[in-house]
Design a protein around this ligand. Structure first.
Ligand code: NAD
Length: 458
């Protein structure tokens, strides 16, 4: 049983929205500034909550969560005036004489449901878009990161306008009860199974939905590269981002049979430089979120088709919820590790005869949230960009496409629908209203009855 009165929450937010206060530029700016204050005055509280929920290293927590939200918020503060301005549109002879503009108007009352892996970033970043666009908003953080959920609830109610921005904490019953309400947009980040529940609930009210899901994001590594730079960037995107519990982390790697030993040696020697000879002792590796996910990941490794294929790492400690960076080589395509999103510190390496063969392996699977390629070959790069469909991509890099605020961020197919970040967040929470403006000149009577064939020739 949900212990929240979702109906009253939405009623209050709708009444605030109807009052028109959230539409003003000044209100939007005041709320964006409130987010900046939360980040500035409560950095320590946020870092502690992230350490408690995920054992997230302070460096990662600061760069990926606090600095991530802060740069989005600063961009919105700087650009909001420009974003809110009606955009001039061209007109054609059909409407001559006229002018036209596209007006961005808020949608109304929106719901953001966020996951546990980047609980600050994935909670606050969508809120920036929602309030920049002039909406009222409810955030439902993940119950799996309870300390962060509680810190968000406390700080948002302390610093923000609570008649327009609310946090509803809770798990499935609370979310279910929120989903029964009528929203004007829902942004859901998490797994595809719940994404389908959200979409079905939204359909009842014709509510548009932005689904930020996951998938198996491949990284293809050619041989003509700077191997050490590539190894560091792959390690950073995999283990240096929440121990692989990141939606865009490389899920599996493909390289050629010939290059695999060299690449493996570069990866293992760089991993040792990052996390020491015994990574289980390193404070720079996040823990696995909970026992359920720990068991899920160790089951992937203990699968008969996989256990003999561990070529690096493999150690785990359930009491600390830690799994060392682990590489498995040439596991069969029908093993579970190659058929479900790993979302943890295990990296399967598949080998092919020719690097071009990697494209067929990727396109035979569902469309991932991200795809990566390391190469200096222009033709291969062009072929990869053209042939691989993914939410986003990075060439000779991992994960950084996510922080480039001039790029839309979102999935395609099984990895999601819709996109946000930067101006795309403002657009995601706005309705683009086309407005045609005419005066009383140029009234062509041929359009009016009584109709005649002569009028059609006009
Ligand atoms: P999670 O378990 O925290 O769930 C996400 C949200 O869904 C939570 O707020 C939770 O309360 C809610 N929820 C769970 N079950 C529900 C139900 N039955 N009905 C209604 N709401 C429910 O997070 P998760 O799903 O484990 O997150 C991991 C997944 O999210 C991975 O697949 C990952 O790739 C994806 N992800 C995507 C992005 C992105 O930006 N595209 C970012 C992070 C994670």
């Amino acid at each position: 049983m949900a212990i929240i009165d979702a109906e009253s929450v939405v009623k209050e937010l709708r009444s605030t929205y109807t009052s028109g206060k959230t539409k003003s530029y000044e209100w939007r700016i005041s709320q964006l500034k409130a987010i900046m204050k939360i980040l500035t005055y409560h950095e320590k509280d946020i870092l502690e909550a992230l350490r408690s929920d995920l054992n997230k290293p302070e460096h990662e927590a600061f760069v990926h969560e606090i600095a991530g939200v802060s740069s989005s918020c600063k961009l919105a503060l700087k650009e909001l005036h420009r974003w809110m301005k009606p955009e001039k549109a061209k007109t054609t002879i059909v409407t001559f004489p006229s002018s036209a503009e596209i007006v961005s108007e808020p949608l109304g009352v929106v719901l953001v449901i966020s996951p546990w892996n980047y609980p600050i970033y994935l909670g606050l970043d969508p809120i920036i878009g929602a309030i920049a666009a002039g909406n009222t908003v409810v955030l439902k953080p993940s119950e799996m990161a309870p300390a962060t959920s509680s810190v968000l609830s406390k700080l948002i109610s302390e610093y923000m306008d609570t008649s327009a921005v609310k946090v509803v904490e809770g798990a499935v019953p609370e979310t279910t009860s929120l989903l029964e309400q009528r929203w004007d947009k829902i942004l859901y980040t998490g797994n595809g199974k719940v994404g389908r529940i959200v979409l079905a609930a939204a359909a009842k009210h014709l509510t548009p939905v932005l689904l930020e899901l996951g998938g198996k994001s491949p990284v293809v590594v050619d041989s003509n590269i700077n191997i050490n730079v590539a190894a560091r960037r792959i390690i950073s995107g995999k283990w240096g981002c929440n121990s692989g519990q990141t939606c865009v982390s490389p899920d599996y790697l493909i390289t050629t049979k010939e290059f695999a030993p060299k690449l493996l040696s570069a990866l293992t020697s760089e991993i040792e430089k990052f996390y020491g000879k015994d990574p289980m002792q390193s404070n720079d590796l996040s823990s696995i979120i909970n026992a359920h996910h720990f068991d899920r990941l160790t089951k992937l490794l203990d699968d008969d088709k996989v256990s003999g294929k561990v070529v690096f790492g493999g150690r785990r400690d359930k009491t600390k919820l830690k799994i060392a960076p682990t590489i498995v080589l040439d596991v069969p395509g029908d093993s579970s590790v190659m058929n479900e999103e790993i979302f943890g510190p295990i990296l399967p390496i598949l080998t092919v005869n020719k690097i071009e063969d990697s494209i067929g392996i990727i396109t035979a699977k569902e469309k991932p949230l991200a795809a990566y390629l390391f190469t200096n070959d222009k033709k291969l790069k062009e072929e990869f960009i053209r042939s691989v469909s993914a939410g986003g991509m990075a060439i000779n890099e991992t994960n950084l496409q996510l922080v480039e605020l001039n790029l839309p961020f979102g999935g395609v197919g099984e990895s999601g629908m819709g996109a946000y970040h930067g101006k795309f967040s403002f657009d995601a929470f706005s309705h683009k209203k086309g407005v045609l403006i005419r005066n009383f000149l140029g009234d062509v009577t041929a359009r009016y009855p009584p109709y005649s064939s002569r009028k059609l020739q006009f």
